[in-house]
Ligand binder design. Structure first.
Ligand code: VGL
Ligand code: ZN
Length: 202
């Protein structure tokens, strides 16, 4: 069985949002068309408390996109984004949501970031997503969403580690950095993932 994972399609990652991904809105018609082709559709939602340590605003004298050491892990400092209960944290209203069976929230612990929908960045805690998918007899996971070089990429890597067949739908993702996007795709192929185009599914 196949699942479509919609990664962080939230207002703050879309044009006008605080951490807008270039052309992020271009994926929405694509993911809306894709949903009907899957037995299961699941979404992840970046869901930070206002004092999350991935925010540059929590570190005096630090600027956004600088890197620091946070509790032993390399951490990029982001603009404040996807704060719990804010409009920025909501899914895009343009995204079809009726078929989304479950939402996995992440990034709720202020001390650690969580790019992947499966684990936090230290792999200390699971969100329960892998067991949820196995419970639904899912063996193949197709990834779409934002950002291609962060949360989609880390989710795809963890899906591979968890033993799923992994498909990264290239035209259903957009990246923060172009170089990071190329590196992410190359690394996923190296690890046994496949890069596909949505038209092969439609
Ligand atoms: C993301 C940076 C910070 C993402 C989330 O969804 O890719 N990126 N938090
Ligand atoms: Zn975040």
């Amino acid at each position: 069985m196949r699942a479509l994972l919609l990664i962080d399609i939230q207002n703050d990652f879309l044009p006008g949002g605080s951490l807008a991904v270039p052309e992020g809105d271009a994926i929405i018609p694509v993911v809306n068309k894709l949903q009907d082709k899957f037995e299961l559709v699941v979404a992840t939602q970046d869901w930070h408390p206002i004092n999350h340590k991935s925010f540059a605003s929590q570190h005096e004298g630090k600027n956004v996109f600088e890197t620091i050491n946070l509790n032993g892990l390399e951490q990029v400092l982001w603009p404040d984004h996807c704060m719990q209960g804010t409009v920025g944290a909501e899914f895009s209203k343009e995204m079809e949501q009726n078929r989304v069976e479950a939402i996995f929230r992440k990034g709720t612990d202020p001390e650690i970031d969580s790019y992947s929908g499966f684990y936090d960045n230290g792999r200390l805690k699971t969100t329960g997503l892998a067991d949820y998918l196995r419970g639904k007899s899912i063996t193949e996971v197709y990834l779409a969403g934002l950002a291609a070089d962060f949360c989609v990429y880390f989710s795809a890597k963890d899906a591979l580690t968890e033993g799923f067949k992994v498909y990264y739908v290239e035209d259903a993702v957009r990246a923060i950095n172009a170089e990071g996007f190329e590196e992410a795709k190359a690394d996923l192929v190296q690890r046994g993932g496949q890069i596909i185009q949505s038209h092969t599914l439609l």
